[in-house]
Ligand binder design. Structure first.
Ligand SMILES: [Zn+2]
Ligand SMILES: [Zn+2]
Length: 270
């Protein structure tokens, strides 16, 4: 392996919106020179969410145990939980019987409505305000290791109305980042949006730099791949971004404990 590179946001057929196997993901991770990959299938305890009731924990865990053994990149077992600040008791019950290495906390909905639908029905100003309120609630109350795609609303606002707000929500974003840091948690740099219309990291690089400035230390890199062909996409660029923001290491997780891997091999030029 030339250097350490870990993809900490990958979906498999145990997500409602993917058909990929863990084996195929691991094979692709090896072909692309990744050292580690973490499976993070969708899970929600909100009956209105698209993923509700569609995550078969036992099957996912069995396949993980089978396909993560032997030679090849390390595979970790994680989860992407939507709006984990709500229905906390149900979530706690679920997590108590499970054995995860890593949890991404994400906001996909505002109340019971998807972000995209909220923009269409309530307008972009309402949607931005309400979105960052949800993210702050999650940052303060949720059970997560890193916050997923922190400014996801920019991707959808760009798709829907050509709007991308770079610094209009600095106050809310600062509050979110401070809550994350206070709780000893982290954020991710999600590269999937580099290949969408807005062609930008999630969150925007200024948020990553701000996280560092405020004292943030834990950042994972994730492709958010829903098929093996996308595993590792944009990760070297994300590692370079982290380095240019002053980070010396990115994070990996085992049994929900962070472990840092050095970024020294990555050029800070994008
Ligand atoms: Zn997500
Ligand atoms: Zn995802």
């Amino acid at each position: 392996m030339p250097f350490y590179l870990a993809d900490y946001h990958v979906h498999t057929r145990f997500s409602f919106d993917s058909e990929e196997t863990i084996g195929a993901i691991r094979k692709m991770a090896a072909a692309r020179g990744l050292t580690e990959v973490c499976i993070t299938d969708h899970f929600s305890v909100n009956p209105e969410d698209k993923s509700y009731g569609l995550y078969p924990y036992r099957k996912a865990y069995e396949e993980y145990l089978r396909d993560s053994a032997g030679e090849g990149p390390a595979v970790r077992f994680g989860l992407e939980i939507g709006e984990g600040q709500y229905r906390r008791a149900v979530l706690e019950d679920f997590l108590a019987q499970a054995d995860y290495d890593f949890i991404i906390g994400s906001v996909h909905n505002i109340g019971d409505i998807t972000i995209r639908q909220t923009i269409r029905e309530r307008g972009v100003d309402y949607a931005f305000d309400a979105y960052y309120d949800e993210v702050l609630g999650l940052a303060e109350e949720g059970d997560y290791d890193v916050l997923g795609h922190l400014d996801l609303i920019n991707r959808y606002a760009w798709d829907e109305q050509g709007i991308y707000r770079l610094d209009a929500y600095t106050h809310q974003i600062d509050a979110v980042l401070k809550a994350v840091i206070r709780r000893g948690r982290g954020i991710e740099v999600n590269t999937s949006s580099l290949y969408k219309n807005c062609r930008q990291f999630m969150p925007n690089p200024w948020i990553v730099a701000r996280f560092r400035e405020l004292g943030g230390q834990i950042v994972t890199l994730g492709s958010d791949a829903h098929s093996a062909g996308r595993v590792g996409d944009g990760l070297a660029e994300a590692a370079a971004l982290l380095k240019s923001c002053g980070f010396e290491a990115a994070a990996a997780f085992e049994k929900r404990r962070p472990r840092l891997w050095a970024l020294e091999k990555f050029d800070s030029e994008r």
